[in-house]
Design a protein around this ligand. Structure first.
Ligand code: SAM
Length: 469
């Protein structure tokens, strides 16, 4: 089949950000393009390949005028690792575009303009802010064209790093990642070196041969770490040979686990972790609450900004102590637990059963006896009987995944008629769509974007809705 011809377009000015790290550009006649590469303010020549979302889509071929907001990226892997796409855009500018994206989505999609459109809350830490990273072993790190063209030979390509964007089988070897502490870099590099020295086969996803698959590192704000080694098979003596030297070298790691994954894909769904050494859990403190984290449990990945986000939820919830609070899509219950001191009752619902086990354990850890957590789909569980069993909510916190709420559930939320809804969103488009769905019954009072993930295009926002009188 003939390949569709590329078209080169010059003099495109990047004017805005779009989702998934893409940018919006305009030509001198005002035609709009969707581009990969570049930052707002750049003037570029682009290679247009096809249409996406109704716009000509392609990538930046050459930057002809650099944006005044450009800064030097600080990571040696920046050009190749798709992780922190906006490291070369000044942090203040990043946050301004995120803030604009949230409020513009509300205006454009929900057609709401009369609300308190607050400024974004920036992150104080723009490096070493994540509490979890997952690395992948590979027997053959990905070689870039210039390495192939150099004529050099690469006899040992065993790697431990990140997937190239969208590629399950292309691994970029990582020497230093600034998303977690320098200690975690030492640990990952030591894990790769030890695997090489002991000649333990690095897993290859096409042939499914090899033992070492992934290394998950978690780190709390006190600098304590948890490691889970994912292997295709836990061979006799492997844990002693491989994990024991790392345990001795890294006393900062307080909790060691392994997970056997003999499936063809890297997904951890349905897998079980085996505790090997040290504490069974890692503990994290958010405000005055403590949370226990298991290797496979979900936890907000930026603990520092989780506190900022939850404080914003607290302000909007306006609890006085006598309210029934529903925490819907509650994950491990952290929002409900964080707010529980100001509520008469907290009722959480979450589809992931393991997360509910953690939510109950976390409530116990914080000596809370007025919280209840249920596993199941909100659409099935939260019905009239649920409401009569638990009491009608005064405040409903809704924190759905990127796809937002199911339309039928939005309808039920309206019927619940709680005086206040605090909606936490990680996707401005579905936030705006859901605000429109709730619109007939609720007024949007205020919305605050919160930057949870510096240098990425991910945007979080918290919105307060009140029941129409
Ligand atoms: C953004 S996370 C919420 C995180 C949590 N509130 C916190 O702050 O840690 C969204 C959660 O919704 C859950 N979820 C997705 N669909 C669901 C559904 N239909 N019913 C209940 N929970 C669901 C996911 O498993 C996930 O834990």
């Amino acid at each position: 089949m003939a390949r569709r011809a590329e078209k080169i377009v010059e003099n495109l000015k990047i004017v805005d950000i779009a989702q998934k790290g893409l940018c919006i550009a305009k030509d001198p006649d005002g035609r709009v393009y969707l581009l990969q590469g570049g930052v707002p303010g750049d003037v570029v020549t682009a290679r247009i390949r096809r249409k996406k979302k109704g716009m000509p889509f392609g990538d930046v071929k050459e930057i002809t005028t650099e944006s005044p907001d450009r800064v030097e990226a600080f990571c040696q892997h920046f050009d190749r690792c798709g992780g922190c796409k906006w490291q070369d855009l000044d942090y203040h500018a990043q946050t301004q575009y995120k803030e604009k994206q949230v409020h513009e989505s509300i205006r454009r999609i929900a057609h709401i303009t009369d609300y308190d459109a607050r400024s974004i809350i920036k992150a104080e830490r723009t490096r070493e802010f994540r509490n979890k990273l997952e690395y992948t072993f590979s027997p053959r790190r990905w070689l870039f064209q210039e390495e192939i063209d150099s004529g050099d030979t690469f006899p040992d390509r065993r790697a431990l790093g990140f997937h190239l964007s969208g590629a399950y089988d292309k691994i970029l070897d990582i020497e230093e990642c600034h998303l977690m502490s320098p200690k975690h870099n030492e640990l990952r590099n030591a894990a790769r070196e030890l695997g090489r020295r002991l000649e333990i086969a690095f897993y290859e996803p096409h042939s499914h041969l090899g033992i070492l698959r992934n290394l998950m590192i978690r780190e709390n704000t006190a600098g304590e770490m948890m490691v889970a080694l994912i292997v295709s098979d836990m061979l006799d003596g492997l844990a002693e040979r491989y994990l024991q030297p790392l345990i001795e070298q890294f006393p900062e790691v307080v909790s060691w686990h392994y997970i056997v994954n003999d499936k063809v894909n890297d997904s951890m769904d349905g897998l079980e972790s085996v505790h090997y050494h040290g504490d069974t859990h890692l503990y994290e403190t958010l405000g005055d609450r403590r949370f226990q984290i298991s290797p496979l449990s979900f936890f907000q990945t930026n603990s520092y900004q989780a506190v900022t986000l939850y404080d914003q939820v607290r302000e909007y919830a306006g609890l006085q102590g006598s309210e029934v609070l529903y925490d819907l899509y509650c994950g491990t219950g952290s929002i409900g637990i964080y707010l529980a001191d100001k509520a008469a009752r907290v009722v959480g619902v979450e589809i992931n059963e393991a997360a509910i086990v953690d939510a109950k354990a976390n409530a116990e850890l914080n000596n809370l006896d007025h919280t209840q957590f249920y596993a199941g789909d909100v659409l099935d569980i939260v019905d009239d009987k649920f409401v009569s069993d638990h009491g009608a909510p005064d405040v409903v916190v809704i924190d759905p995944p990127r796809a937002g709420m199911h339309q039928d559930f939005a309808q039920f939320v309206k019927e619940l008629a709680a005086p206040r809804i605090v909606y936490v969103s990680c996707n401005p488009s579905t936030l705006a769509r859901d605000l429109a769905l709730l619109g007939p019954s609720y007024d949007l009072q205020s919305c605050t974007p919160v930057d949870m993930f510096p240098h990425t295009s991910h945007t979080e926002a918290v919105a307060l809705l009140t029941l129409k009188s």
